[in-house]
Design a protein. Sequence first.
Length: 99
Amino acid sequence: MDSAPDDKPKAKVAWADMRVRVWTPLDDRDPCIAMIGTAPVFFEGKTPLAARRKAEEFRNEHLAKQERAKAAAEARLAGMAAAREARKAAKDAAPEGQQ
């Protein structure tokens, strides 16, 4: 009998927690390559430090974009809650015949 494949979902790892890996070429004319975790995104640089710096800048920009989106979502939710409370207050303050 064949064993069943492992269907457990893999845990998601944040970009901030992934390791930046850098490969140096055997030939000096080729660029150094950096990669964040196992993501299919490669960064090239003339030196290993330049490749790592590009990968870390990309990761920092991505994290900043996520933080901005999270802040915007929280502001949107706060605005919706305030509007809901205003509608409720207006409904409560209106006379019985005008609701």
